[in-house]
Design a binder for this molecule. Structure first.
Ligand code: C2E
Ligand code: MG
Ligand code: MG
Length: 380
């Protein structure tokens, strides 16, 4: 591993190098000038760069935002003795500038903070490499996918936060491509939306889920993602008929709406929702806080559940603002009488925090990734 420390203060740079040397076996170089960073990075690929924001010649913020993409380190840790706010905004800038990994640290740096950062870095870059084996479906593929049944469901369990009881699953669609292998929604959802096929997908996912859930005699709760466009045509009777056909109680289903579109509160969609709510079907606002008009949607639609986005949950213990947004979303859910679900729980510390603040349910890699039906059976 190649580490670069960019720090004008000789003493602080040396201290950091000593701390790092104790924690890992790496080649660690120090430079004191921001202007030299681009040349050093061009010479040898850097894995992780520790960069002081307050450099005398070229400040760290400008340096990180202008470093040519081809020579960028995989990860960066922004250091400052100054304002926590500056560290946070620089950190956010690094994430939008597509650094694979970014963290902010206010000095002085402790051994414990460094060791956490190094282990997060290893985890995250490994995951990014697996996620990058990425393919996308073309128009022909999409037609064949529907005709030949390539769309299958994986299921991610949802647990009660207070006692870890598995009470339900979220169906997450996958595409089993004959040559490319198993693809996640990132490889095909945008193409499907562009071709206006999201509604067709919804019915495939729903029917597959109802068919498969019928195998469980203890009847898990089932959450299904739905695009708001599926509500713009009369659909509630078709939905209830399918539940009847597979003998699955509608009151155990929750439909998850994301906020990627402005909600069209037309007569048809409100009628659909009223009919579904009458039969006990739940309605969740997914990825809460990341789209737009979330609050106005809460006022219009009969939601029963609020899913706090994984972006806030993942950073709840690392970043003060994410923590405050998690707490505020939870308070909002409680005050409106909605069930709260935390998405993207990856470690025990975060789960303990969610327990402390009183979130109802969680899902996340900590307990289980989304899994095929056979594997779900062994989890239950
Ligand atoms: P979502 O509904 O918010 O689903 C949660 C996503 O977070 C899933 O990604 C899941 O694999 C991932 N996830 C769960 N736990 C963790 C964790 O601990 N850490 C991290 N980093 N990620 C975690 P997936 O399956 O790739 O789905 C992405 C999105 O695609 C979903 O987000 C949903 O918006 C959409 N989607 C999935 N299935 C369907 C579907 O059947 N219909 C529609 N319209 N959209 C779907
Ligand atoms: Mg969802
Ligand atoms: Mg979500």
């Amino acid at each position: 591993m190649n580490i670069l420390i960019v720090e004008d203060d000789l003493l602080q740079a040396t201290n950091l190098k000593i701390l790092l040397n104790r924690l890992l076996d790496a080649k660690i170089s120090i430079i004191h000038s921001g202007l030299k960073v681009a040349a050093v990075c061009a010479e040898q690929p850097i894995d992780l760069m520790f960069c002081d924001i307050d450099l005398p010649d070229l400040n760290g913020v400008d340096l990180l935002s202008t470093l040519p993409e081809v020579h960028r380190p995989k990860g960066v840790v922004v250091l400052s003795a100054m304002n926590q706010d500056v560290v946070e905004i620089t950190y956010s800038m690094c994430l939008s500038a597509n650094y694979l990994f970014a963290r902010g640290l206010t000095k002085p740096i402790s051994n414990e903070q460094l060791s956490d950062i190094l282990s997060d870095f290893k985890k995250q870059t490994k995951q990014a490499i697996t996620n990058h084996t990425f393919a996308s479906l073309n128009a022909d593929d999409i037609d064949r996918a529907f005709a030949e049944g390539w769309f299958i469901n994986h299921y991610q369990p949802q647990y009660k936060v207070n006692n870890n009881e598995l009470i339900g699953v979220e169906a997450l669609v996958r595409c089993q491509h004959p040559e490319l292998g198993l693809l996640t929604p990132a490889s095909f959802l945008a193409q499907l939306n562009q071709a206006h096929l999201q509604d067709q997908l919804f019915w495939v996912v729903l029917e597959n889920a109802l068919k498969e859930m019928a195998e469980f005699s203890n009847r898990l709760q089932l959450s299904i993602n739905m695009n708001q466009k599926s509500l713009n045509v009369s659909m509630s009777q078709r939905f209830l008929d399918l539940c009847e056909q597979y003998q699955f109680p509608p009151e155990q289903i929750t439909l998850e709406l994301t906020e990627d579109d402005v909600y069209d509160s037309g007569v048809t969609s409100l009628t659909n929702l009223a009919n579904l709510r009458l039969k006990g079907v739940g309605l969740a606002i997914d990825d809460f806080g990341t789209g737009y008009s979330s609050l106005s949607q809460l006022a219009i639609l009969p939601f029963t559940e609020l899913k706090i986005d994984q972006q806030f949950i993942g950073n709840a213990l690392l970043n003060f603002k994410s923590q405050q947004l998690t707490v505020s979303s939870l308070q909002l859910a409680k005050s409106l009488g909605l069930r709260s679900v935390a998405e993207g729980v990856e470690d025990h510390e975060t789960l303990a925090y969610l327990r402390q603040i009183g979130v109802d349910l969680y899902q996340g890699f900590l307990s289980s990734r989304p899994v095929p039906l056979e594997q779900l059976k062994t989890l239950i």
